[in-house]
Structure formats: C-alpha cells, structure tokens
Design a protein around this ligand. Structure first.
Ligand SMILES: Nc1nc2c(ncn2[C@@H]2O[C@H](COP(=O)(O)OP(=O)(O)O)[C@@H](O)[C@H]2O)c(=O)[nH]1
Ligand SMILES: [Mg+2]
Length: 174
C-alpha cells in the first residue's frame, strides 16, 4: 500500500486522476482538467501497470492529526508539497517530519513530490528555493528512509511519467 499525503490543496486528488488517465492511455488535457473537491476521509485508487498493480490511498489534508492511524502496513509514501503556496511550506515541513519520524514508517520508501511547477516565480517557488526552505538536504541525510525527490505539474502533466515510473518500479506488485 502506498500512502499519498500532503496538506490541503497541494494536488493529491488531481494527481491520482491524472495518473489513472496516463495509465489508461488518455491524453492529459490541460483545458479539461477533471474537477476536484476537497477530499473528506480517504480516496483509494488502484493503478494498473500491465499485470502489476499499485494501490494508493490519499488521506485528506484536514485529517493530518489522524494520518498516523493509517500508517500500519504502508510500504511506500508520497508526500506532496505545493510550490505555489509559500505560506504553507512550514506546515508541510512539520507534517513531513512528523510522518518520517513515525515508528510505522521507518522502513518505507519515500517520494517527496513538488507539485505545481507550472506556476511561475515570483508566485511559485523554484526547486532550489523550496529545497533550502525545507532544508531538504538535512531531511534526506538524517531520515532513516530512502527518500527520492521529483517535481511535476499535475495539471499540465509535466513530470507525471517520472511519477508513474517511480510507482511502477518501487510500489507495484503482481
Ligand atoms: N496550477 C496548478 N494547479 C493545480 C495543480 N495540481 C492541482 N492543482 C489545483 O489545486 C487545487 C487542489 O487540488 P486537489 O487535487 O483537490 O488537492 P488535494 O487537497 O491535495 O487533494 C485544484 O484546484 C487543482 O486543480 C498543478 O500542478 N498546477
Ligand atoms: Mg484531495
């Protein structure tokens, strides 16, 4: 089971819809982006990679205080961060560090996924800027988990093939 976490509005639900579209061979269409509504509770999606599958569970951002009740049995974690929302970075950072320090997640493979690369500076942050605000190097060197980092635009589709690749390589099974 792969868990998809991130504070509210970072793009988790849209990412799952777009991954399903990519994997079923549909074109990601920027103008007809599927609408999302804030996720209440959890959103469970099964992604198919040929004969292999991967189950991803999104937990709503407003559930952060009880995210840890879903950590048992999790093998992979995608933590999403919104590059267009500076005021939210501190909150994201706290939730990320909390999750990484949980006993149940010490062995999981982690993907930190920066979303909304389509929103340009100065509203959006560059990868270099967010990395230094988050102290990403410290997080990567001190956390016991293997941590990978990717960036994408769930709305435009940039970077989604790398996310698909990560899920297929690490998180899917027969
Ligand atoms: N510009 C931009 N907007 C995005 C992107 N990904 C998601 N959004 C928008 O962000 C809002 C919240 O998305 P949603 O998937 O519901 O976030 P969640 O709360 O993390 O599930 C929606 O209006 C999305 O259309 C992106 O890559 N770029
Ligand atoms: Mg959602």
């Amino acid at each position: 089971m792969c868990l998809l976490l991130g504070v509210r509005g970072v793009g988790k639900t849209l990412l799952l819809k777009q991954l399903q579209a990519v994997l079923s061979g549909e074109q990601v269409n920027q103008k007809e982006t599927p609408p999302t509504i804030p996720t209440v509770g959890t959103n469970l999606v099964t992604l198919k990679f040929g004969k292999k599958t991967c189950t991803v569970r999104e937990l709503g951002g407003c559930m952060a205080p009880i995210w840890n009740s879903y950590f048992k049995g999790v093998t992979h974690l995608i933590f999403m961060i919104d590059l267009a929302h500076r005021q939210q970075v501190a909150a994201s950072c706290i939730e990320l560090l909390n999750s990484l320090s949980s006993n149940d997640l010490q062995e999981v493979r982690v993907l930190i996924l920066f979303n909304k690369i389509d929103i340009e500076v100065p509203v959006g942050m560059t990868f270099t800027e967010i990395s230094s605000i988050l102290r990403l190097d410290d997080i990567m060197s001190t956390s016991p988990q293997t941590v990978d980092v990717l960036h994408c635009s769930a709305i435009r589709g940039d970077g989604l093939s790398e996310v698909v690749q990560w899920l297929e390589t690490h998180a899917s099974h027969n």
